[in-house]
Design a binder for this molecule. Structure first.
Ligand SMILES: CC(C)[C@H](C(=O)O)[C@@H](O)C(=O)O
Ligand code: SF4
Length: 477
């Protein structure tokens, strides 16, 4: 019987296999950040071990880093300790680190791909759930816990239990103004936050093939929000073009050999998935969340759902709780929801294409009165590219704040946070209670919707922007 893409990559990495035991897999790339690595290094130290493959291990600082005044000492003692600890550990164990201020610093899932470290057919792990991002290259990439981080540091292998396979096939063309973010939010709303549990999802179909690498990363990034072990997309010409000439991509004859192998990384025609979901791309529209998990979303053109409309009792209860926390009423049009903060950034939507998309919407317009908009590039490289293209100027002219790279307001581990009761439109991936700051309320949106929302002050798409909002700068409003 044929094999799926995920099964092929898995099989190519088995070091040992024994009846009744998890397979031991070789890990090609181990990414580290400051939050989940301290105990792992402590464990190594206590056991007198070294890092087995420093050449396959790389660290960056992202979660606890400020996005303003990065040349000043870090005020928050917890964040400071986290960063200092990572620096000490990387120095002691000879691990390559890109600290705050370094040109390769950024959110770990933005840094790996842009350096060309994330490659088709590889196994990628990180002590971070959004490691699924790297699956966009046809890598088998998953988040791991701190004890697994220690295991990989010590051995460059990981025992892993088998997974089930799911195909999500998206056919047809995405309508104008509908993005990868809308697609993945719609998928999660459809299959639920537990729908992917135990599965590695392969996204396929013409709509997926037509996505850029940035967009594919947005889709795979949020696989974990559907509960999946990982998300993958078969590598193709788009993948190869993105990787060509990246610092760590193979070069010369090695490149040709690599591409030849990468072309074999496709699910066989006769392979069977454990579950298949089919989505019609042409029916999608801009999608936003109204609740407190990424599955509680709906088309922007619709209304806050009535919890009573849910047949499932636990879903009904979850919707009731979500509306209470979010301060929303059933039946309220989603477009009527006013926000005070807009966040463009994160490993979901903090790449150059995302910043270009948001800039193109806000160019020549102004951020609405009483709204603060933060634009945070996913990495320093993204920031430099954006500056080269003048995007930073577009944002600041519109009244937005242009910040340094990092996780920023994606989660409240650094100074960029919502105050209690504040409401955001955010291009990040999680809208859990308190995620962006205690008592903060989050609506997950695409970069285009984020920018239109910033202009109008309520959830909106670019199509809602009339000429009346054009050519206003904050000074003229
Ligand atoms: C801090 C880290 C462990 C966490 C994760 O695993 O995803 C974070 O990145 C997040 O997005 O919630
Ligand atoms: S940007 Fe957000 S989702 Fe991504 S690694 Fe940072 S905190 Fe996690």
């Amino acid at each position: 019987m044929g094999r799926t893409l995920a099964e092929k990559v898995w099989d190519d990495h088995v070091v040992t296999r024994a009846e009744g035991e998890p397979d031991l897999l070789f890990i090609d790339l181990h990414l580290l950040h400051e939050v989940t690595s301290p105990q792992a290094f402590d464990g190594l130290r206590k056991a007198g071990r070294t890092v087995r493959r420093t050449d396959l291990t790389i660290a960056t600082e992202d979660h606890n880093t400020p996005t303003l005044d990065i040349d000043k000492p870090i005020a928050d003692p917890v964040s400071r300790t986290q960063l200092e600890t990572l620096r000490r550990n990387c120095a002691e164990f000879d691990v390559r680190l890109h600290p705050l201020g370094d040109v390769e610093q950024g959110v770990v899932h933005v840094v790996g791909p842009q350096l060309g470290l994330t490659q088709p057919g590889t196994t990628v792990v990180c002590g971070d759930s959004h490691t699924s991002t790297h699956g966009a290259f046809g890598a088998l990439a998953f988040g791991i816990g701190t004890s697994q981080v220690e295991h990989v540091l010590a051995t460059q292998t990981l025992p892993l239990s088998p997974f089930k396979t799911m195909a999500i096939t998206v056919e047809g063309e995405l309508p104008e103004g509908v993005t990868a973010k809308d697609l993945i939010l719609a998928i999660i709303a459809r299959i639920g936050t537990g729908g992917g549990q135990g599965y590695v999802i392969e996204y396929r179909g013409s709509a997926i093939e037509n996505l850029s690498m940035e967009a594919r990363m947005t889709v795979c990034n949020m696989s974990i929000e559907a509960g999946a072990r990982a998300g993958m997309i078969a590598p193709d010409e788009t993948t190869f073009a993105y990787l060509k000439d990246r610092p760590h991509a193979p070069a010369g004859a090695d490149w040709d050999a690599a591409v030849e192998y990468w072309r074999t990384l496709r699910t066989d025609d006769d392979a069977v998935f454990d579950r298949e979901v089919v989505i019609d791309a042409t029916e999608l529209s801009p999608f936003v969340t109204w609740g407190t998990n990424p599955g509680q979303g709906a088309p922007l053109s619709s209304a806050v759902p009535d919890p009573a409309s849910y047949e499932d009792a636990s879903e009904r209860l979850a919707a009731e709780k979500a509306l209470e926390y979010m301060g929303l009423t059933a039946g309220q049009a989603l477009r009527d929801i006013r926000v005070d903060t807009v966040f463009v950034g994160s490993c979901t939507n903090g790449r150059i294409e995302d910043l270009r998309a948001a800039a193109s919407v806000i160019e020549g317009r102004g951020v609405a009165d009483g709204v603060r908009m933060l634009v945070v590039p996913g990495s320093v490289r993204v920031a430099l590219q954006a500056v080269e293209e003048g995007l930073d100027k577009v944002f600041t002219a519109a009244g937005a704040e242009w910040r340094h790279a990092g996780c920023s307001m994606c989660l409240g581990m650094n100074p960029d946070q919502l105050a209690p009761g504040e409401r955001s439109a955010s291009t990040s991936n999680r809208n859990f209670e308190g995620r962006q700051g205690k008592g903060g309320r989050t609506h997950l949106v695409s970069p285009q919707v984020a920018a239109a929302t910033a202009v109008l002050g309520h959830l909106a798409s670019p199509a809602d922007l009339t000429d009346a909002t054009a050519h206003r700068t904050p000074l003229e409003v």
